[in-house]
Design a protein around this ligand. Structure first.
Ligand code: NAP
Length: 295
């Protein structure tokens, strides 16, 4: 079997086109320009790159973006003050404080200080709780929301399926399992969550109709761990040394793609899979926040 490729890049482009239309409509009909604020503390190159990509993508679809860059030794109180200012700013509909923060700052305290109605990262405990309690009024975290879109827009509705999620992080595995369990579109799945204490991972993954892997362990899921005809979404993004590449490394997922694509019915690649969806869902949440603010 040669699997259907679930291209996050293509779905991200489709959603971005829809969002661009909605941004224009919000401006024309409600006089509202969606606004995203990104806060970067310190000069970590990867964080700088991520924030730059988010702002560029926002600008491309007409979203107003504001980047606030603070030195690495910024006291926690000062960062809390910046967040409070953005909470009160009517031009800003989404606030993203780029992770990781320097060690002296309590990340949980910063996330909890963000107005939940501007929490476009979907990490505030109120949004996490609303997802878990089947409320309709929430922002979903971007990567898990992207996975759901990749499934549903490719005709792999999780409803009634057995979905095995490998990973239970607060960023990916845990909120994804909550979304999949919801009594709502994109949910209604039977969900099994695996982690590092799962004794026989293969025995679990082989039972999946849909397998979502978010371990951060390069190419760990092999063909013998996947049922014939399963749908596989690979969230993992890993750099591994590769002397044959100009840069000396390559980026790969948690799934051994060449092997697993021979048994799976559909599979997402890395790169070009979940990655492009994460930023897209951040922009989607920002537009949603602006829509709600416009009334
Ligand atoms: P994380 O916080 O390190 O969590 C990894 C999870 O995998 C943990 O729950 C861990 O179990 C589990 N795990 C590790 N080794 C395992 C094993 N041998 N068997 C079973 N479970 C195992 O990572 P994360 O933030 O969720 O990210 C996961 C991967 O997704 C990373 O590669 C990351 O770069 C990638 N990612 C990509 C995007 C994107 O936009 N494409 C976004 C976010 C993350 P324990 O809980 O027991 O430790």
């Amino acid at each position: 079997m040669s699997a259907q490729i679930i291209s996050g890049k293509d779905i991200a482009n489709e959603i971005r086109a829809e969002l661009t239309t909605e941004v224009a409509r919000l401006k024309d009909e409600a006089g509202v320009t969606p606004g995203l604020a990104t806060v970067l503390v310190g000069d970590d190159p990867a964080s700088q790159m991520y924030v730059g990509m988010k702002n560029k993508a926002a600008a491309a679809m007409g979203i107003h973006s504001r980047q606030i860059t603070l030195p690495a030794d910024t006291p926690e109180d000062e960062l809390l003050g910046v967040v409070a200012g953005l909470n009160a700013d009517a031009d800003i509909h989404g606030i993203l404080v780029q992770s990781p923060l320097p060690d002296h700052i309590n990340e949980g305290r910063i996330v909890e200080a963000i107005d939940p109605s501007k929490d476009v990262d979907g990490l505030h405990p109120l949004n996490v709780g609303r997802i878990a309690t089947d409320s309709d009024d929430f922002f979903a975290p971007c990567t898990p929301a992207g996975v759901i879109e990749m499934l549903t827009r490719n005709g792999h509705d999780p409803a009634g399926k057995h979905v095995v999620v490998v990973g239970r992080s607060n960023l990916v595995g845990r909120p994804l399992s909550s979304l999949l369990m919801r009594k709502a579109p994109g949910g209604n799945a039977t969900v099994t969550v695996c982690h590092s204490r799962t004794p026989d991972l293969g025995a679990m993954t082989r039972t999946a109709d849909i397998l979502v892997v978010a371990m951060g362990r390069p190419e760990t899921i092999t063909a013998d761990m996947v049922a014939s005809g399963a749908v596989v979404i690979d969230v993992g993004t890993n750099r591994v040394d590769d002397e044959t590449r100009e840069k000396g490394y390559r980026v790969c997922g948690d799934v051994l793609f060449d092997e697993v694509s021979e048994v799976a019915a559909a599979i997402s690649p890395v790169p070009g899979g979940v990655g492009p969806m994460t930023i897209t869902m951040l922009l989607s949440n920002t537009v949603k926040s602006a829509r709600l603010a416009a009334g």
